[in-house]
Write a protein that binds this ligand. Structure first.
Ligand code: 4AD
Ligand code: MG
Length: 412
């Protein structure tokens, strides 16, 4: 039977010889699935090695095997670039640990597992852009460098506030830099942050709704657009993660105040290295405990002490235990995923806080936003790599970004 004439290009993912025939799996990275190529004995099998790049022409026919619907009966195979299997760091059929793959940032994207993670990353990026589509025209402008010292941004928030003062609802999604001296599994020196800023926003409740919706909508889009990649990550990297993710998606996220959180932690203080105390930051161990305590459902912690938070967060004016309208979302496996707040839109209160910090002059432009047509507003930032860790169940942040840059390490 004659099939369809077909041409494919890609890298050989497996080679299996059987009697007079050679079976190759050729993958071009567009999905987890490889095309099975069947080559007869007229082809020189020595060149057709695992890792080589090839161009194959032949007939696309129905496959006799149940494993795939179609296969390509090769008529011509051209090795575009051969691959010395001995020197190639990945071996056919071996499942290399993620730590091992990390040593090869320039090659690891050719493995099934990193291929899947990065396709999920790409789908999630697109899903986030379409989540915010109505406001997608606005991006934070790039910095100029002509003879002027410039800095890497730690957040686009203040610039977004400028934009939300004209366009009402804005977002930005790009690289963000922090000189974190941390070897943790959830910190990078360069990470991607999704930030949104919304004008005419009256309450933390409204902000939390957007955060929860961004989390769930993105995950559901990814699940429906690349189910096989997600399944591979869950199966090989995080058994049980499919159920954990479903659990997060079908339940309403919980809300507790910082004060309640500290009470919960105090009841369990024997479990911690850092003693929980009102007025002190929550540590990763505390965050993880709170999420467990809440039944592995993401939990919003709101109304933090004013002393812990930056000057721009809105004062709750609530007496001796003085708090601000801040919100963090804590999620299973990761801890803090989002940080956000209502912003202080009242000129005199903001001015007092800036004056106490000696920043009034530097932030005159920021005060202007409150002098001229100020509106109640708020926003948040979500760490994109932590988001991928959370939905895929990946333990180390270095495995969800193509080129991880962190303390004293910038391999590529
Ligand atoms: O909580 P952060 O520092 O919040 C801000 O920067 C706000 N100005 C954002 C805003 O309101 N527009 O950072 C937000 C999130 C964190 O919750 C965390 O998920 C992630 O960014 N993040 C990091 N991710 C990886 N590596 C790091 N070093 C990170 N630092 C923060
Ligand atoms: Mg934070």
């Amino acid at each position: 039977m004659k099939g369809l004439v077909h041409e494919t290009e890609g890298w050989i993912r497996s080679v299996r010889s059987q009697k007079e025939v050679l079976f190759l799996h050729v993958n071009d990275g567009s999905s987890l699935e490889s095309l099975q190529v069947v080559a007869d004995s007229s082809f020189d099998s020595r060149e057709l090695a695992f890792g080589s790049s090839v161009e194959v022409q032949g007939q696309l026919v129905k496959s006799p095997s149940k494993k795939q619907n179609v296969e390509l009966k090769a008529e011509k195979i051209e090795v575009v670039g051969s691959c010395d299997a001995k020197a190639f760091p990945f071996k056919y059929k071996e499942r290399h640990p993620l730590e091992y793959l990390r040593q090869y940032p320039h090659l690891r994207c050719r493995t099934n597992v990193l291929g899947s993670v990065l396709r999920v990353r790409s789908e999630a990026t697109a899903a986030i852009h379409s989540f915010f589509k109505p406001s997608s025209k606005i991006k934070v402008p790039e910095k100029n460098f002509f003879n002027i010292p410039v800095f890497l941004t730690v957040s686009g928030q203040l610039h977004l506030e400028v934009m939300s003062g004209a366009f009402t609802q804005v977002f930005t999604f790009g690289p963000t830099f922090r000189a974190e001296n941390s070897q943790s599994r959830r910190h990078l020196a360069e990470f991607y942050m999704v930030e949104a800023e919304i004008s005419f926003l009256e309450s933390l409740q409204d902000l939390m709704q957007v955060m929860e919706s961004l989390f769930k909508t993105t995950a559901m889009t990814v699940l429906s657009n690349c189910p096989k990649d997600v399944e591979l990550c869950h199966k090989f990297l995080a058994p049980g993660q499919k159920d954990r993710l479903e659990h997060m998606l079908k339940n309403n996220f919980l809300i507790i105040s910082y004060t309640e959180a500290v009470e919960i932690l105090k009841q369990a203080s024997q479990n911690f290295t850092f003693t929980p105390e009102w007025g002190a930051d929550l540590h990763t161990e505390h965050e993880k405990y709170l999420v467990k305590h809440c039944g592995d459902i993401p939990v919003f912690v709101i109304n933090y002490p004013l002393v812990l938070k930056p000057f721009y967060m809105r004062d709750n004016e609530d007496g001796p235990q003085h708090t601000v309208a801040a919100v963090d979302l804590l999620v299973p496996g990761v801890g803090e995923l989002f940080g956000g707040s209502l912003r202080e839109e009242r000129y005199h209160l903001l001015e007092q806080r800036l004056a106490r910090l000696g920043l009034t002059e530097a932030y005159q432009w920021y005060l202007d936003l409150r002098r001229f047509g100020s509106v109640p507003h708020g926003g948040f930032g979500m760490g994109f790599e932590r988001y991928l860790q959370c939905i895929l169940g990946i333990d180390n942040i270095k495995d969800v970004i193509p080129f991880p840059r962190f303390t004293h390490s910038c391999l590529l």
